[in-house]
Design a protein around this ligand. Structure first.
Ligand SMILES: C[S@@+](CC[C@H](N)C(=O)[O-])C[C@H]1O[C@@H](n2cnc3c(N)ncnc32)[C@H](O)[C@@H]1O
Length: 366
């Protein structure tokens, strides 16, 4: 078992803790986890059996753990676990809570009342939802996830570039179309029935963990169920803490996670923000002799050229200034990224100046 000591109390990493999540969380050290993913009871309030048109019974969530006597009882429970969860979060930590129309509005209000700062609500649109058998309401085809920082000023993790890369270069939106958990991913018990009624798809947790944690972060899930959070955390090189009060689910989750293979180090590297990379002034290329004063730079489209000056500025026919200013002027554009616009010539080859910047950055990283 891997543990991390926080104050006097050890943080049990990559373990499934048994018991009521409020008691268990209250016994863990405060300010110790980076992210919480919570899939709490939905309080579905099902009245009687749900049947299909052919009279077969729908395998609905009617378990004891999802039963609450009233909204007031559910709200009291929600406020208690959120309070315990908030205490555990590091100052820059964040929480995701998933729910349906039955509970998510109540959870949203409780989150705000406790001082969490809502960052987004993300709609998980199910590409293969269960139909509405009675035909009396819309097909319930989505769930809502609330993503909130510990407080208004928390510097939460948001891997914008990695999410954009995951979405083929397009900014990730707040509506995610992903299938519900079926097929080989759906865990079965010895009788071949679903091992858990609300097992979440790994794709959902993959997106959440890639987008809002980094390798080595600690992710806590107080309603662990079959351990979807733990399985994906392990794959992605994050540490997890699971809490689950039902022994049968803990057993399923333990077996599942033992069979998960962690991706190798290279696979865990994700696209980072260019803005996070160290700044290299163009003048440094001149100071270090990578480019010589008097040398010509050529625009990427080969239509313009400008001369490098000793102070790291450029001079063109009727303009002088930074690589960005001269590029923008020559293109008649409001702005220009000089690093991707200008090239130099070496041994008959045209080379973007950004190559030299990357060379300096890799030296800085070593
Ligand atoms: C909605 S399910 C979570 C399913 C999970 N996300 C998955 O993918 O398998 C909620 C789980 O929380 C557990 N649970 C409910 N109340 C709890 C409590 N007070 N403390 C600990 N676990 C609890 C239930 O036994 C159930 O497995």
């Amino acid at each position: 078992m891997k543990t991390m000591t926080k104050g006097a109390v050890a943080l049990p990493l990559n373990e499934i803790l048994a018991g009521d999540c409020i008691d268990v969380m209250n016994a863990l050290p405060e300010n110790s986890v980076d992210l919480i993913f919570a899939d709490p009871p939905y309080n579905l309030q099902l009245r009687g059996d749900l049947v299909r048109p052919d009279n077969s019974k729908v395998d609905a969530v009617d378990d004891e753990w999802d039963q609450f006597a009233s909204f007031a009882v559910y709200d009291k429970f929600t406020r208690a676990w959120l309070k315990a969860a908030r205490r555990l979060l590091k100052p820059n930590g964040a929480i995701w809570v998933i729910g349906s129309y039955h509970n998510i509005f109540r959870v949203g209000a409780a989150l705000q009342d406790q001082g969490f700062w809502i960052l987004n609500d993300v709609v998980w649109r199910k590409s293969n939802p269960m139909p509405n058998f009675r035909g009396k309401r819309f097909t319930n085809a989505h769930e809502t996830m609330i993503w909130a920082g510990k407080g208004e000023n928390a510097k939460y993790t948001f891997n914008y570039e990695a999410l954009k890369a995951l979405n083929e270069g397009i900014q990730m939106r707040s509506d995610w179309v992903l299938p519900i958990c079926t097929g080989h991913e759906r865990l079965k018990d010895d009788a071949g029935d679903k091992a858990h009624p609300t097992q979440k798809p790994e794709s959902l947790l993959h997106r959440i963990l890639v987008g809002s944690t980094n390798p080595g972060d600690v992710v806590l899930d107080p309603f662990f169920g079959t351990g979807t959070t733990g399985a994906v955390a392990k794959m992605l090189g994050r540490d997890f803490i699971g809490i689950e009060r039902e022994e049968a689910y803990r057993k399923v989750a333990t077996k599942r996670i033992a069979n998960v293979r962690r991706f190798d180090r290279d696979a865990l590297q994700t696209t980072t923000s260019k803005r996070a990379e160290p700044r290299v002034p163009f003048g440094q290329l001149v100071e270090r002799g990578m480019l010589r004063p008097g040398e010509n730079l050529y625009s990427m489209n080969n239509r313009h050229k400008a001369k490098v000056r000793a102070d790291g500025t450029l001079i063109g026919d009727d303009i002088k200034g930074s690589i960005h200013q001269v590029g923008a002027h020559l293109e008649g554009a409001p702005s220009c990224n000089g690093w991707t616009y200008w090239c130099f010539k070496r041994e008959g080859k045209t080379v973007p100046i950004d190559v030299l910047r990357q060379q300096i950055r890799s030296e800085m990283a070593n």
